[in-house]
Write a protein that binds this ligand. Sequence first.
Ligand code: GLU
Length: 282
Amino acid sequence: MTVRTRFAPSPNGLLHLGHAYAAVVAHDLARARGGEFLVRIEDIDGTRSRAELIPEFLADLEWLGLHRDGPVLHQSTRLAAYAEAGERLKAMGLLYPCQCTRSEVLAAARQSGPDGPLYPGTCRGRAVDPEGAAWRLDMAKAVALAGPLTWTDELAGVQQADPQVFGDIVLLRKEAPASYHLAATVDDAAQGITLVTRGMDLFQSTRVHRLLQALLDLPVPIWHHHALLVEPDGRKLAKRRGSPALRDLRLAGADGTALAEDLRQGRLPAGLSLGHGVGQQA
Ligand code: GLU
């Protein structure tokens, strides 16, 4: 089977060195195995997505010398596939509508999960108007149906999925038609991704993705969660803390393929290191 990896940036801000590192990892793992390197643009967050960044991302990848295979998949063209997956889960009785606002969830939550405050299940089992509602996964029911699940990370080995720690997560909502978890899982299958590479900050999310694969009868890839580039204080790089944008380096005439080679060889810009165990991002 052809090994297929992907780089899946969200156009919420310009790419920085951390993204360059992630793209190098995905590209090189595909090339080392005679496989394919795909690109997916995760542009369905209606409040944060900026279409004008997409051409910059594609130019950044070419500048780094990371040539993609096949067409770029834009999640904004995939809404019907997410809706269909949602309908299937609804028909299985695994989703329920929720009208709670973010502040209500925050006020009611007594614990935190990997994605933030844990939803206490306020709307579960209630008669809630589905019009404009968010649809939450009934986690206990889904886990009972799927049974025990494991997944394999190339670096960390076999893991128990145990997605209960996420609680009743939102899978469909009105402003972003599908959650990251649902869209990424459906698209990794649609793109035939066999090796999901991404940063350690998304390690926990794989629990949910593995559950969704089981519920939706999707193929199960192998994962490769890589270390993240971190600043001297151990926090992951972020543009808002002054990490340079790839676009700016490119426009200033820097050598992109040399930068990719430095990242590949572990020659990191001053002050940066590769960190493990970095906390989950929102
Ligand atoms: N779109 C996500 C990000 O930019 C990556 C998701 C993934 O690789 O699964 O952080």
